[in-house]
Write a new protein. Sequence first.
Length: 334
Amino acid sequence: MVKTFMTIAGLVLCVTGVKAQDMLQVQGTSPDLYLTHMVKKGETFYSLGRSYSISPKDIATENSVPFDKGLQLGQQVKIPLNNVNFTQKGDAVAGYTPVYHKVEEKETLYRLSVNHNKVPLDNIRHWNNLSGDGLKKDSYVIIGFLKNGSATAPVASTPPVTTPPPATTPVTTAPATPPVNGTPTPATKPEPVVTAPVVTPPPATTPPPATTPEPVKQPETKPATSLPSSASFEQLYMQQTNNGKSVTTEKGPGGWFKSNAATGKYYALHNTAQRGTIIKVTNPLNGKFIYAKVLESIPQIKQNAGLIIKLSDSALEALGTNDAKFYVELNYED
């Protein structure tokens, strides 16, 4: 009997352990991603392991704590996120618990992807219903899901729920009974009406809207144009350059980077053009050209030395080349 009671108590601790956390917020960067958990009364390596779907010994190793020593009340524990308890597949939603990232100053969707196991940009957009070109500082973006976790986290785009105050049932007092044989009969005291309290669920935290791919250190964003959002990059280029009359020309070597951009959409890294500028890129060897949108500046690393532009990989085929470096001519807003 006692053994059965202890088993049930252990399962209850397992289920409630992670629910006590307000939101699952990722910490660290690839490949060392983790969650933090404050130890509650009665929690052990085993109960945390069941709550976060990970080996208890992995938790002990991550925190450099001897497994046989146990946990202390109020202790901050790192919960590693790996391929055992964490998924970033595009369809990983039902039955899993969202893991959020808090957007930092000037952080882009591209940099967010790189720092979190290079999660596909399309997956982040799908999970967060993203649109536009920028992430808002201090917003929360889903970057993956805890497998079989019992944690509860806010659901994106859900407005706070307001519960009306409980209805009050009027209490009617029965009139006093007329006197019998000259002796008045006291009025019957009504039974008290008990109204069950209505529990108002806490408002769901809504991560503010975020956006589309862009790496770090962006130059100042270009002002919005009067063209509709469905306008092509060529139309934007023509507007920015006054139909090709006000352009700056630049020639030199180009490189490429891997991107998950949609077919026919080309993106670029450039050191002087503002973010949002459309650059016409021409391959002078065959006359082929494309229009690419600037995301940010070229990272200052050895392999990028001397490059005047870096293009998303899908642009290489359109330009008729497959070389790691290739000669290009650039035209963009003066």
